[in-house]
Structure formats: structure tokens, C-alpha cells
Unconditional design. Structure first.
Lengths: 280, 434
């Protein structure tokens, strides 16, 4: 009888996740413009992706994005959270300040950075240019566009990790920290041997989620550059979106989505195995 | 007394409700429109249409920028609006192919659309010799310029590609950006310049052949066209902030303020030109874009189209709405207030009355365009005549040429391959005979 309790959520999941997911997988083997009747083409969509330079650029950009977000915001979050733990005074204030960008809608954050920071007309970049300094909009250079977008997302994101890590750090038993201090451990030794092991499950979860989220990144890229210039900041989700809604190649978009899901699936399997090991 | 008033009110409500339900409710999904623009549609189309007859009641539903996607899903499920408003002729072919649209030939005969609408634009709505769509608005690309700046420097308005280069080089020497252009908000702006280069250098005849599959896009005239566009880019004609500037407002401001000398853009820019030149006090100018052949070229574009859903409950009502829009009264009232978005392709504009505050330059340009289209002297805009994936690659791929990540030859080869694939799938919009 108690199993019936899961029925509502199970139904919702089947209707809005399982069925669309299955349909996406099926559509990846069809050619479809979203209007007429789909035509079965076997593996053609995947073959086209294999030979498409834009697909490889997008995949590489997703990998770069994952590496950036697995290191920079996690390191920043950990450092700031640890410092707040050590110097408790004002920690609530800093938590609010760090967390503030997270609660601003991504579209607004993106537009603010685009117009007020990067723009050579209305932004800080333009102000510097008028002062005679060499300041270019990073979103307009093929070599810096992706990093320009990542900077905006980092600003938006790292505070979230900081607050999560701070909450986890506060769960580490005070006796352990005190014992380390009595034993003469330095600040970094305390972090390395007491605090980090204490919050390892939280860090693992955040890293796994970072991998999944990194392959789903869409909003900042789409708003700031739409994947350009010259595909230099294209990621798999913007590539799929353009294929489906501009090129009317829904089958190709479904194939790209399947690739994105594979990375998410790999990360999920890894997480489940890590979890299982911890339970053992 | 109170009871009597209440009863009277109830009777009035019931009578009104009965009247409303007796009318057939014709639905039309419209794209993004600001509250002011929605008022214009209500005041100049919906209310006058409802007053003009008693059988139908028009309701316009504003669906925002996602109209196209919503429409496709709705049409698949057969629950779309009566009046189908597509983003352009390239969307009409696949919809007609899948039987989602009603042929309009009988309505065209009934309402005399064949005599009232510019034939070239009517032909663009045909699929398998049947009429499926009427273009709502047509547009062209040309060269806006800052007349005051030209007068001050004694520059001649270019009438040939050589003169265009000469005046652009002179502007660069003065520290003025030759072309006010940007794609910071809309990457699709890239294709305005590709369209101009293809028409000005390769010429409409060659584009016509390529669209019909009689010439590949890798042919020499197209290589020359893309190389010319690339030269303009490499020489700095587009300025260093192209990828940052917004395609409409910031570029119009740049031109009006004299920071740029010319602005290759479309007739939809007249509204911004009017606003920003009004602020700066400078005088604007507009000419057809110079070409290699010597004559100015007017590439023809269609922004959106009207069709009737095959599953519409009230096809006659939908046809009546479309017919109402195709009137000199709607052309005059909508174009006066919302320039560039309601250039309804009427053959005869003599009965059109425009408001006094409309720039004479706009009226003059639209009359010239109507004549050029009627005489068959028009070019082709890529967003109107190319199928979706080809157009998508044309837009994004040109940046690779400009930024030296691919060559002109490779760009055109990929463009041609995409085009041939879509041509085989029957996705090419109708190309009227020249």
C-alpha cells in the first residue's frame, strides 16, 4: 500500500520526463522539420554530427566549461567558506553578499554584464576606451568569447557553492577542529586534514552536479553571444536549439541532445557508484 | 429599485453575451508587440474590422517571440489559429506540403487579390501552383546615409561599387566608421550584408539561377561577392564594435550622430532613423545600394505571411480578415504609426493616405520599391528565398570568413551542400519567374 505514495510523482516523471526523453531518443534516428512527417534515416544524424566541425567545437567548449567550473568556483567557494568559518564575525553579511548574484535571474545578470560592463557604448569597457585605455569586449573575440561568458556565470554561481560549503563546514564537529588547533595544525593543514575530509560528500555531489550542469549550459551563452562570433562560444545546447528552431532540423537536434544526455548519464552513474561505496 | 436595476443589468449582459456568441470568433496569433503596438493593431485593424461587418469577431492573441515554435506545435495538433501568421515564405512550403494550410485561390478570386496585390509577392506564396500565403509586409535593403555629414565633407553619394569604396576610404581617413552596423542583439543581421553583397556583386539574375538550382552557390560570381564583402570587413568598413552594437537602435544613433557615414540596412530602420535624426538635427538620406552593373538594387524581402489553417472552423472569416488588412486604409493608418512593419504589398498606392508626420523619404522609398517590384527590377533577400538551414549557415558561416576561420570557397561549398540537401527535400520557397 505504501508504494502507492510514489504514484503521483512517478506519473509526473513519466509524463514530463520519461516520455519526452524516449521520444527524443527515437527522433534522433529521424529526419524531421517539426512540421511534416518524420522520415527514418538510421544513424545519419549521428554521422552528420561526426563530420560537423561545429559539433566538435561545441563539445570542446562544453569540456572547457566543465573544467573551469570544476575548479574556479569550487576553489573560490571553499576558500571563502573556510575563511567565514574561521572568522565568524560578519559571516552572515558576507553570505548574503556572495549569495545575492544567485537570486538574480540569469537573463538580467547577462543583460547587465552585456550592457553595463562589456559594451563599448554603454559599459565600463566603453568608459575605459574613452579614457584612452585598450579595453575590448571579450564577447567579440573568438579567443575570449567563451571565457567572457564563463566570467559572468562564475560571478553568478560561485556564491551558491560558497554558501553550500559553509553550511557543510558548520556540520564538521567543533572538537575535531579544536583538536587540530591544539595539536598545532596550521590553517592549511586544518583545511587539508580536517575540514575537506569532513565535507567530502558535499564536494563530490557539487562536482558531479557541476559536470551535469556544464553540459546543460544554455542561458548565458545564448543571451550573450548566441554561440558566436564564428561559432567560437557554441556549446551543445545552443547548437541543438539552433538546429531545432532555426534550421528546422529536429532530428539532428535530438541527436545532439542524446550526446548531452550521455555525459549527464555518465556523471550520474559515477555519483551513484560513489554513493554506494560510501554506504558500504 | 435596486432589484430592477440589477435585472436590467443582467438582461443587458445576457443580450451582449448572446450577441458575442452569435458572432463567429476568428483567431489570429500575432508575434511580439509592445503595448503601444498592440493598441495600434486594436485601433486600426481589430475594431474597424469588427465594425465593418457583424458576422465575425476578430481576436488577436499576442504570442511573443516564440510564435513560430508555438504555431508549429499547434498546427501539428490541429489546434492553431484561423489566421496563420508565419515568419516568412520559407515556413509556408513545409506547412503546405503537410496539408496544414488551406489553398487560397478561391478567396483570391472572390476578393480580387490577384488584381490588388503585387504579382511577384503573390507568386511567393504559391506551392505546387496553388496559392497558400499572402505576404503581410515587404521590405528592401538599401543605403541610409548622413546627408549633413556628406554635405559637410563634400562627399558624393555612391552610385557604383567603386564610388562606395572611395567614399568609405575617405571616411576611414577622417576617423568615421563607414558602415553603422552591428549584430550584438541579433546575429541574423549578418545576412543583410551578405544579401547586399550577393545582389550588388553577383547580381539578381545569378541568384535567381542558383535558387532554381541552375547554378551552384560555389560559382565564380558568388565567390567574387563574398570576397568583396570580406574586403569591406578587412578594411574596417564595419568598425571595430560590430559584434557589440545592437543592429537597430545603436547603429541608427551612430549614423545620426555622425560617428558613422552610411548604414546598409532595411526599410524597417526608418522608424529609428526618424527618431535619432530628429534628436541630432542632421538630415538623413536613403538610396538603393550601388551595384556592379551600375543600377541600384532593391533586394526584395518578405517579413511575414498570412495563411488560413486547413482545420480552421471559420475559413471565410479568416479570409475576410486578410482581405480587410489588404486595404489602403490599413496600409495608411498602420504605416503612418508603425513604419516598415506594415508595407502591405498593394499594387496601387494612390488611395493610401499617410499621416503628415511621416518622413517624405519613407513614402518616396516605398513608392520607388513598389514600382521596382512591379517592373521586375528587384533582387533577393536571403531570409525570404533561402530554406532555413541554408539561411542559418549563411548567417553564422560568414563570421568564419570575416574572422579567417574558413575561406570563401569552403564557406560557399558548405552553403551549396546545405542548399542542395534542402532543395531535394522540397524546402525551397517559391521563386517567381523574372
Amino acid at each position: 500500500m505504501h508504494r502507492l505514495y510514489v504514484l503521483p510523482t512517478l506519473l509526473i516523471n513519466i509524463v514530463i520526463i520519461a516520455i519526452p526523453a524516449m521520444m527524443t531518443i527515437v527522433l534522433a534516428f529521424f529526419q524531421w522539420d517539426g512540421i511534416g512527417a518524420p522520415v527514418f534515416v538510421g544513424l545519419d544524424n549521428f554521422r552528420d554530427l561526426w563530420t560537423d566541425g561545429v559539433f566538435w567545437t561545441a563539445l570542446t567548449n562544453n569540456v572547457i566549461w566543465t573544467v573551469i567550473f570544476l575548479t574556479v568556483p569550487i576553489a573560490m567557494g571553499l576558500l571563502a567558506a573556510t575563511m567565514m568559518l574561521v572568522a565568524r564575525r560578519g559571516s552572515t553579511f558576507f553570505q548574503v553578499v556572495y549569495f545575492l548574484p544567485v537570486i538574480i535571474a540569469t537573463a538580467i545578470t547577462a543583460r547587465v554584464w552585456q550592457g553595463m560592463i562589456y559594451s563599448p557604448v554603454t559599459g565600463v569597457a566603453g568608459l575605459l576606451q574613452r579614457l584612452g585605455l585598450e579595453a575590448t569586449n571579450p564577447l567579440t573575440e573568438t579567443s575570449t568569447a567563451l571565457y567572457g561568458i564563463a566570467t559572468v556565470d562564475l560571478w553568478h554561481w560561485w556564491g551558491f557553492l560558497c554558501v553550500i560549503f559553509f553550511a557543510a563546514l558548520r556540520q564538521v564537529p567543533a572538537e575535531q577542529i579544536e583538536a587540530a588547533r591544539v595539536e598545532g595544525a596550521t590553517f592549511f593543514q586544518t583545511i587539508r586534514y580536517v575540514l575537506l575530509p569532513g565535507i567530502r560528500p558535499t564536494i563530490t555531489l557539487m562536482m558531479i552536479m557541476t559536470v551535469i550542469w556544464s553540459f546543460l549550459v544554455f542561458d548565458f551563452v545564448y543571451i550573450l553571444t548566441q554561440g558566436g562570433p564564428a561559432y567560437s562560444s557554441e556549446v551543445l545546447s545552443t547548437f541543438a536549439y539552433r538546429s531545432a528552431f532555426y534550421d528546422l532540423a529536429v532530428g539532428k537536434a535530438a541527436a545532439i541532445s542524446v550526446v548531452i544526455s550521455l555525459f549527464g548519464l555518465a556523471a550520474t552513474i559515477f555519483y551513484i557508484r560513489v554513493q554506494a561505496r560510501e554506504f558500504d | 429599485m435596486k432589484i430592477r436595476t440589477l435585472l436590467a443589468a443582467a438582461a443587458l449582459v445576457a443580450a451582449t453575451t448572446h450577441f458575442a456568441t452569435a458572432q463567429e470568433r476568428v483567431s489570429w496569433w500575432y508575434e511580439q508587440a509592445t503595448p503601444d503596438q498592440q493598441k495600434l493593431i486594436q485601433g486600426n485593424i481589430v475594431d474597424p474590422f469588427d465594425k465593418s461587418q457583424s458576422k465575425y469577431h476578430l481576436t488577436v492573441d499576442y504570442r511573443g517571440t516564440e510564435l513560430d515554435k508555438q504555431l508549429r506545435v499547434a498546427m501539428l495538433s490541429g489546434s492553431g489559429p484561423d489566421v496563420v501568421y508565419t515568419a516568412g515564405p520559407s515556413y509556408v512550403a513545409p506547412m503546405a506540403q503537410s496539408g496544414q494550410l488551406l489553398p487560397l485561390d478561391d478567396f483570391a478570386a472572390k476578393y480580387g487579390w490577384n488584381d490588388r496585390v503585387l504579382p511577384v509577392l503573390l507568386d511567393m506564396g504559391r506551392y505546387n501552383n496553388k496559392l497558400y500565403a499572402l505576404p503581410k509586409t515587404y521590405e528592401t535593403l538599401g543605403l541610409f546615409y548622413n546627408k549633413s555629414l556628406f554635405d559637410k565633407h563634400g562627399w558624393k553619394v555612391p552610385t557604383s561599387l567603386g564610388e562606395l569604396d572611395t567614399v568609405a576610404d575617405a571616411m576611414l581617413k577622417e576617423g568615421i566608421v563607414p558602415f553603422a552596423a552591428g549584430n550584438g542583439d541579433w546575429r541574423g543581421a549578418n545576412e543583410w550584408f551578405v544579401t547586399l553583397a550577393l545582389n550588388a556583386v553577383a547580381g539578381p539574375e545569378n541568384i535567381n539561377k542558383a535558387l532554381r538550382g541552375e547554378m551552384p552557390w560555389t560559382a565564380e560570381p558568388f565567390v567574387k561577392a563574398i570576397n568583396t564583402l570580406d574586403q569591406w570587413w578587412q578594411k574596417g568598413y564595419f568598425g571595430k564594435n560590430y559584434f557589440s552594437l545592437t543592429s537597430s537602435e545603436q547603429t541608427a544613433d551612430m549614423l545620426a550622430a555622425g560617428r558613422a557615414g552610411m548604414m546598409p540596412s532595411g526599410t524597417w530602420q526608418f522608424q529609428n532613423v526618424s527618431t535619432y535624426f530628429g534628436k541630432s538635427g542632421a538630415a538623413p538620406g536613403f538610396v538603393g545600394f550601388p551595384s556592379a552593373s551600375g543600377d541600384p538594387i532593391f533586394p526584395l524581402g518578405v517579413g511575414s505571411t498570412f495563411s488560413i489553417a486547413a482545420k480552421s472552423k471559420y475559413p471565410d472569416g479568416a479570409a475576410a480578415v486578410i482581405d480587410f488588412v489588404f486595404s489602403p486604409a490599413v496600409y495608411g493608418s498602420m504605416n503612418s504609426a508603425w513604419q516598415g512593419e506594415w508595407n502591405i504589398p498593394l499594387k496601387d498606392l494612390s488611395k493610401v493616405k499617410m499621416a503628415d508626420n511621416v518622413m517624405p523619404l519613407f513614402t518616396q522609398t516605398m513608392t520607388t520599391l513598389a514600382k521596382a517590384v512591379n517592373d521586375g527590377n528587384y533582387g533577393y533577400t536571403t531570409w525570404t528565398f533561402l530554406p532555413p538551414a541554408t539561411d542559418g549557415y549563411l548567417i553564422n558561416g560568414i563570421e568564419e570568413v570575416w574572422l579567417k576561420r574558413t575561406t570563401t570557397e569552403d564557406y560557399l561549398a558548405k552553403l551549396d551542400a546545405t542548399f542542395q540537401k534542402e532543395k531535394q527535400a522540397g524546402k525551397i520557397p517559391a521563386v517567381p519567374a523574372r
